[in-house]
Design a protein. Structure first.
Length: 132
């Protein structure tokens, strides 16, 4: 199994505007994989780094909501692509996963509030209301 590799150069806020230093590093190190420069101080490149990691590592975000409440959009559950409603329920609590009757789902692959089973595959950005 081949694992994704990324060169992350930090402190890019201290580099020149042209980015020549990173290009020189790539050439000298004979880098053959993608490079991202980031700055913890200014936040530059952090969003790009996050997108790359989620995409290449196959991570998606799934949100939950209680019946009659708004979704908890600040605290997603992260699972791998191909995960099911049951996998998300397991992250919340084993008893919920074991007693799960169905879920209502909102998202790209469903109609709003569509009833789905435990084996339903979730997509990035889905919202689940679990019923057990």
């Amino acid at each position: 199994m081949r694992h994704p590799t990324l060169l992350v150069a930090s402190k890019c806020d201290r580099l020149g505007e042209s980015g020549e230093e990173l290009a020189v590093l790539e050439e000298l190190a004979e880098v053959t994989y993608p490079c991202v420069s980031v700055s913890a101080e200014t936040g530059e490149g952090v969003e790009e780094l996050g997108r790359w990691l989620f995409d290449k590592l196959g991570v998606i975000r799934v949100y939950t909501k209680a019946p009659g409440k708004e979704p908890e959009m600040e605290r997603p559950y992260t699972v791998h692509k191909g995960a099911t409603v049951h996998d998300v329920a397991l992250l919340i609590h084993r008893d919920i996963a074991e007693g799960l009757h169905y879920a209502r789902a909102w998202g790209v692959s469903e109609y709003d509030a569509q009833q789905v089973g435990a084996d339903h595959i979730v997509e990035d950005g889905d919202v689940l209301e679990l019923h057990w």
